[in-house]
Design a protein around this ligand. Structure first.
Ligand code: AMP
Ligand code: MG
Length: 392
């Protein structure tokens, strides 16, 4: 059995960012840039009007003759003499002779004559070439998360492909004779299988959509075969259940038969003690305990940061925050406790129903409080660290 910190360190050391791949920006959402991005155009690429109004050559004059117009998208460059103005619209190319745009609201117009009520400063309302970025600039650095704004920004620069860290394809293997599929009636002794969908949803939250789910009963042969198949087709395997010490827990043996190298088995924590972690040919295998609360705790604490590191995040570790306990905590186990809680305005409320077989508290909590193994007692008002679940 190893300590939580050691387990985290081990996984961290065994995990690298995924391969670099070039993909269309429309598929790059939630990915991390694997290379710096440079722009081949300036933005804006031409002197652009920031407002609807009139382009002029700035002077003390109030009266101008309107000699033409430029719409957004038009390539026109209209020559301007002093005392002349060109009607212009937001986003349109400003004539080379003009140095100022007067906003429509500060003018009055009679036929060709435009009177300025309020003269702006010289240079107003014109976006210069390259105001945002200049041709050749480094616009987004390696390591940047591509959210909707970043993808839109790249699109605005005409960039339609990016190099990102590849997301893993994840295999989920669910084990257990007692597990019934949704939609079928429960027979005596059965419960509905829920870990596969829980893990799938958690992976979706991580932006991972390539997921293969397999289900087997508690039998060595089918477990060996299922693990073999998932290791062939996936980069990352999550196994649910069958990793404890019962007579019908075959996962550990099946992993050994598949020659998956064990890095650790069992962590000094509650819930989630029987977590097993290993690798084969750079593919990660996490055998999660079957109890739904344990499985999800292990996912958040260990699998999530590993996935973030594979996805290319530099800050892949779970961020720990601090809150003040509203109720005391007793730790008679000498283990790290992960307690489902709600944290609101810096105050932590423990929820009832902490058993690892239960998911109700998980369903409504927003934090996992972390009680250190060596801490036997914490009082109301004491500070406690927690993993905020809304960071996921
Ligand atoms: P195991 O780790 O296989 O010994 O399972 C521990 C407990 O979790 C047992 O009560 C199982 O019935 C339950 N369990 C295991 N797998 C699942 C699952 N996929 N969905 C819901 N409960 C499960
Ligand atoms: Mg089982």
């Amino acid at each position: 059995m190893i300590a939580v910190k050691e387990a985290l360190k081990c996984i961290e050391e065994q995990t690298q960012a995924g391969k670099k791949v070039k993909i269309p920006i429309a598929e790059a959402f939630a990915h991390v840039l694997a290379e710096d991005v440079f722009t081949t155009i300036s933005m804006p690429p031409f002197r652009q009007s920031a407002m609807d109004g009139y382009a002029i050559k700035w002077s003390d004059e109030k009266e101008y003759t309107v000699i033409g117009e430029v719409q957004a998208g038009a390539a026109t460059d209209q020559a301007l003499n002093p005392g002349q103005a060109v009607r212009i619209f937001t986003g349109a190319r400003v004539p080379d002779d003009a140095d100022t745009v007067v906003i429509q609201e500060h003018t009055s117009r009679t036929d060709e004559i435009m009177l300025i009520d309020k003269m702006p400063n010289k240079g107003s309302n014109i976006r210069p070439i390259g105001e945002q970025v200049k041709k050749g600039d480094l616009v987004l650095e390696e390591g940047t998360l591509l959210n909707e704004a970043a993808i839109g920004f790249l699109a605005g620069l005409g960039i339609d492909e990016v190099s990102v860290y590849k997301f893993p394809k994840v295999g989920i293997l669910v084990t257990g004779n007692e597990l019934q599929e949704l939609g079928k009636p429960l027979q005596e002794g059965q419960i509905y299988e829920s870990n596969a969908i829980t893990l799938q949803m958690a992976l979706k939250r991580a932006g991972i959509h390539q997921i293969e789910v397999k289900k087997v009963g508690d039998a060595l042969k089918s477990t060996v075969n299922a693990i073999h198949g998932l290791l062939e087709r996936c980069d990352f395997v999550l196994i649910s259940g069958g990793i404890s010490v019962g007579d019908y827990d075959f996962v550990k043996e099946a992993l050994e038969i598949n020659k998956v190298e064990e890095f650790f088995y069992k962590i000094n924590q509650k819930p989630g003690k029987p977590l097993w972690y290993g690798k084969k040919d750079q593919k990660h295998v996490f055998a999660l305990p079957g109890n739904p609360g344990s499985s999800l705790t292990c996912f958040y604490v260990y699998v999530w940061p590993a996935l973030r590191k594979i996805k290319g995040f530099k800050d892949y570790k779970n961020k720990l925050q601090k809150a003040v306990l509203e109720t005391p905590v007793t730790n008679t186990f000498g283990k790290v406790l992960f307690i489902k809680a709600t944290v609101y305005e810096g105050k932590a409320h423990q929820l009832t129903g902490q058993a690892s077989s239960m998911l109700k508290a998980f369903a409504i909590c927003n934090a996992l409080l972390i009680v250190p193994a060596e801490t036997a007692q914490l009082e109301k008002g004491n500070e406690i660290e927690y993993i905020a679940l809304d960071q996921f």
